[in-house]
Design a protein around this ligand. Sequence first.
Ligand code: NAD
Length: 442
Amino acid sequence: MSKMIENLFYSKMGQTLMNAVGVKKPLTLQRYQGETPWVKGEVLLAHEASHALQQVLKDAEIKSQVFSEEDSSSYDALLMDATEFKTIEQLQSLKTFFSQHAAQLPVSGRIVILAKAPSYWSGLEQASVMEALNGFTRSYAKEMGRKGVTVNLVYMEGQISHSLATPLNFLLSHKASYISGQPLYVQSHNGEPASFNWQQPLAGKVALVTGAAQGIGAAIASTLTRDGATVIGLDILPAKEALDATMAKLNGISLAADITSDHVCQDIQEALKGKTLDILVHNAGITRDKTLARMPDHFWELTLNINLNAPIQVTQRLEQQNLLSQQARVICISSISGIAGNVGQTNYAASKSGIAGYVRHQASLWQHTGKTINAIAPGFIETQMTDQIPFMTREMGRRMNSLSQGGQPQDVAEGVALFAQPNSQGLSGQVLRVCGQSLIGA
Ligand code: NAD
């Protein structure tokens, strides 16, 4: 029945009716199609780039130009470096630059603003200016979402350095089509910039993806494979057929195991055949929804155990057994339900915000090692999990964001692949929302 209503809703007649009452069909977002370098078009800079930013743009092979009255060439993205802003007066340039140029951006155009992270603010006025950039970004993302354009803010922890190259590239590319209104914190790094392998940035890496049989996990496995990694896909025995089919397509390794079992790390070790893990993605997760008063104990226990306890235990045990490489990248899947809360999801939301706490603390413990850990908090993503939701609730869920549509598993997978990069050493302890700037928990 629910599927029938959905088909009717998306039929030509349904859409004509919806148009008549002002509900527009969402724009088709541009997604990454293998472009090398990732940013295809030109980026228009608000000001002449500093020497450090010029170097980042060069390393990242981003084509850029500074605005000039004579030059009328087209561009796909706008970039403003506001890291040196100190006065409220300087904020005026946000209005001048963006109102003059944003209208020319195509669908899935990109806007990125660079700011200074809180520990580097000097004085009251600069603190308020840097925080003002956050409010501006979030509001402007809501306005530009109607055109499918995303607006994001990068806070530099320290000086602009080469560690900005990968995240900047990502946010300016079609890999970030469903990320908008978000801050990303980048730690500065000295030393030599790592070279870019645009096509296969994960070449030679070994990855484990849990819950890889379907949905977001299958998309993550496929994306990491596309980027050059050898992937071990893990899922429970009842999902073995789907898992085998997914992994066969990817030339990957299929591992039927339960992440809560006592011997899962032994199973992983056997699948690794003497290698260590470079990338560990804790994607497996379940929902067992009921309001708290009606929730059976096993709904609570199962959800907390699979979604929260298992990722912590498995990571710890793999580290103790030296099965995580020195530069390991661990990525967990949280949820915006964990940020905002949701009726009937006390167990799920607790598990997913627990993941955010775990990631932040583990990142601080790994601060002086080569390992990083981050989380992605997806919003409404079109998968079998969200397919279970009754149609009207589902339609509201997928529309309640600045881009007026649900995300694709691919959108989450691209975020995971960003954190998985060897060049993403400047990103750790973050929870990045991939939610089209959902109103939930915004
Ligand atoms: P899904 O139900 O389609 O896939 C989850 C996979 O995890 C399944 O293949 C399942 O068999 C596996 N799994 C469950 N328990 C396991 C266990 N004990 N050991 C090993 N594997 C196990 O879900 P999805 O929509 O693809 O979601 C993937 C992740 O993203 C989950 O953590 C989910 O909470 C999170 N998430 C999804 C959405 C969304 O909109 N779909 C939104 C926010 C967060």
